[in-house]
Ligand binder design. Structure first.
Ligand code: SF4
Length: 141
């Protein structure tokens, strides 16, 4: 599976906002205002982005909170720090990790089976990553 494309406004680092998925839910500006900014996207809408990577335990906690409550899981983690990966898996946000060791990936796949059903679980087991939120039969939306 290829990792999602980060929005170009993100600063370099492990956390990023995926390009093109912003509905301006506003969650990051409430949970971690010091870490997120918003910009005018060239496609004609506002988009949030990571303006600063977390530097302290408190900021990391704010970042994880923003990631947990954001819409569409558009805040992602591409780092390989096992403690952060484990915390995200425990928050049921393991699908937001671009890279997971096998044991954690298996745990995420099992959780997906339980929480989101057969098709999403199968999708994860096959290594396609996060299953589409939109059911396949709602092709007109
Ligand atoms: S978390 Fe997602 S939907 Fe919410 S403001 Fe950021 S990019 Fe937009």
């Amino acid at each position: 599976m290829s990792a999602p494309t980060p929005h170009r406004a993100n600063v370099p680092g492990d956390f990023y906002v995926e390009d093109g998925c912003c509905t301006m839910c506003g969650v990051p500006f409430g949970e971690a205002p010091e870490l997120f900014g918003q910009c005018d996207d060239s496609r004609g809408y506002m988009h949030c982005f990571v303006k600063r990577q977390p530097q302290t335990t408190s900021e990391l906690s704010d970042m994880l909170s923003a990631l947990q409550f954001s819409e569409f899981e558009c805040i992602r983690y591409r780092g390989t720090d096992r403690l952060i990966q484990l915390k995200l898996v425990e928050l049921n946000c393991g699908e937001a990790c671009d890279h997971l060791p096998t044991d954690l990936q298996q745990r995420v796949n099992r959780d997906v089976w339980k929480r989101r059903g057969f098709l999403a679980g199968l999708w994860a087991e096959l290594g396609f990553g996060r299953a589409p939120e939109k059911p396949w039969w709602k092709f007109w939306r």
